[in-house]
Design a binder for this molecule. Structure first.
Ligand SMILES: C[S@@+](CC[C@H](N)C(=O)[O-])C[C@H]1O[C@@H](n2cnc3c(N)ncnc32)[C@H](O)[C@@H]1O
Length: 214
């Protein structure tokens, strides 16, 4: 991977073993990896929400299996891996993103509890066990992946799995259609700004928790 024009950024973490997370991203598109090669704002909202809830003791990730779908650069999943070293984290995306994801795992010395796997929503491979948590940050920005993503969530979630999903609103009509699709098999509720990180929230970024319907 030729990273000559990539940039390495550092983001603070306020709990867990590490004090910062390092992320290599490709703002000029030289790696030709598409939209996943940069960090999207919704990723910070989800990471910081998780960090806040762990710090408050309201979210216990110790020993939990956490799968991130459409990880991109891996900010969300890697935050979990650094905040809770006993969590088993799987970062996933399309095949072409995996070298960048692995690079960011190594950059944070997170290989002990973090693995990288190809999960393409258009042909999702199965995984060994249902994860305790599935994380999705900004996975519904275009409509053609709505159905594949909803199907992938339905396939990978088990009865105990909780889904934490965030997205930045761009076209409410389209997002409502995804939520209706997701709602066929999942019940979900929005996470209010008061429960999100005080600073890392935005009026156009929405956060939801969901689980399979009984
Ligand atoms: C808008 S980016 C968000 C990246 C990252 N989650 C973030 O918030 O910074 C959408 C991500 O979904 C991934 N993606 C798009 N289509 C996909 C598919 N069919 N299967 C798996 N991942 C896909 C992209 O590669 C990209 O990483």
């Amino acid at each position: 991977m030729d990273t000559a024009k990539c940039i390495e950024s550092e983001y603070g973490l306020a709990c867990g073993g590490a004090s910062a997370i390092k992320i290599l991203q490709d703002p000029t598109g030289q790696l030709k990896l598409g939209v996943g090669a940069t960090v999207w704002d919704a990723a910070f909202v989800l990471s910081k929400y998780i960090e806040k809830q762990v710090k408050l003791g309201s979210l216990d990730l110790s020993g939990k299996t956490v799968l991130e779908l459409g990880s991109g650069t891996g900010v969300v999943g890697l935050s979990v891996a650094l905040i809770e070293p006993t969590a088993k984290v799987i970062l996933s995306d399309k095949q072409e993103l995996l070298p960048l994801l692995q690079h960011n795992v190594d950059l944070n010395n997170a290989a002990a509890n973090t693995s990288v796997q190809c999960i393409d929503w258009t042909a999702p491979a199965g995984i060994a066990t249902h994860p305790d948590y599935i994380l999705v940050s900004d996975g519904i920005w275009v409509t053609d992946i709505h159905e594949p993503l909803a199907n992938t969530l339905g396939k990978l979630a088990g009865p105990q799995t909780k889904v934490l999903m965030t997205y930045e609103s761009r076209r409410f009509e389209d997002e409502a259609k995804f939520m209706a699709l997701w709602g066929n098999r999942f019940r979900f509720h929005d996470i209010k700004p008061a429960d999100q990180d005080e600073m890392w929230q935005s009026e156009d970024i929405f956060l939801f928790e969901g689980a399979l319907k009984n």
